[in-house]
Design a binder for this molecule. Structure first.
Ligand code: HEC
Length: 126
């Protein structure tokens, strides 16, 4: 009787373990809320000129991989600083092969909140 009990108990434990494995959160590709808000800002203000897929030029360069590239653009500037300055003062650093035609009044068009969300989104483009 004891053996049967421990066998059944063991089975129950096993299935419990299997269940808890299945319930473990798997990494999801969805954006955190701030970045998701930033994606909307991007779609409204930037997507007309910038693609997010590699090597696709609309009017400006593709921003695919921007967060990785941004770190090496200007010595002494972090990726976030470079990205923020690229939006607020696009003429400071002009990407090779492009002219300085990016609209320079985003400081007026975007609220601080929209700007923070936008940068959070752009920082996901590794
Ligand atoms: C009218 C078209 C246009 C719009 C709208 C526009 N951009 Fe640009 N953007 C450009 C062009 C052209 C360049 C390349 C010249 C330069 O560096 O300024 C550029 C460059 C950039 C760069 C630098 C990329 C790099 O690889 O260093 C970033 C970052 C950027 N834009 C972000 C944005 C964001 C974010 C928005 C929306 C708030 C936006 N742009 C809206 C045309 C545009």
């Amino acid at each position: 009787m004891r053996k049967i009990f421990s066998f059944v108990f063991g089975l129950a434990l096993l299935s419990l373990a299997a269940c808890s494995n299945a319930a473990e959160p798997s990494p999801t590709p969805t954006l955190d809320p701030l970045a998701a808000q930033g994606q909307k800002v991007f779609n409204a203000h930037c997507a007309t000129c910038h693609a997010l897929v590699p090597e696709t030029i609309i009017i400006g360069p593709s921003l695919y991989g921007l967060a990785t590239r941004a770190e090496a653009r200007v010595p002494g500037q972090s990726a976030e600083e470079y990205i923020q300055l690229s939006i607020l003062r696009p003429g400071d650093y002009v990407v090779e092969g492009f002219s300085n035609i990016m609209i320079a009044n985003f400081a007026k068009q975007l609220t601080n909140e929209e700007m923070n969300a936008l940068i959070a989104f752009l920082m996901t483009l590794k």
